[in-house]
Design a protein around this ligand. Sequence first.
Ligand code: NI
Ligand code: MN
Length: 225
Amino acid sequence: MKITYFGHSCLKIETNQKTLIVDPFISGNPKASAIDINTIKADYILITHAHQDHVLDVETIAKNNDSIIISNHEIVTYYEQKGFRGHGMNHGGSNDFSFGRLKAVNAIHSSSFANGVNGGNPFGYVIEANNKTVYLAGDTALTMDMKLIPMFFKLDLAVLPIGGNYTMDVGEATVAADFVECNRVLGVHYDTFPPIEIKKEKAIEFFKERDKTLILLDIGENVTV
Ligand code: NI
Ligand code: MN
């Protein structure tokens, strides 16, 4: 699984000859201005929740690629009514896709669209593909539900929000890493806006002191699991 960082919480995941785009928010992110969304390929678009900083570029990318939009029932219905292709799920459900297997797990957050439409309840996901397993926490608080994940999965990477204010912060993310039993963490949802700015070197050191690795990618950089 090759995971490329497109800024904020947006990732490109390539596995089994398929490309997934997670939570596309690029055209509204000045830090990601080097990325042209019209060049992005996506067989699937994976959405954790309906907030603008996770769905802004869904329609452009889906239109360009005829992508299948995967999310909760409400978000998928919203896009299906606009003519897009989708696959709705709900908490605790799993499904096999052409890229691998996906499970929708709990996230403690909210999920309205910018226009006020109900975006259902927020998801995290566990992706299993090519014998690798990755947890995408989505926007979430630290929650005891994370302890369910290692009862069923042996994770190779946990993608956790670390910016605070809207989600858990760096300190809580180290506890989340313990809860999901994965010491290799890719940090997301930081530095995009003033309320979620972090001190990157301090964050990396904080993880290191707890025998964990915090990976912070520059926009366009990738990590392979
Ligand atoms: Ni959010
Ligand atoms: Mn967010």
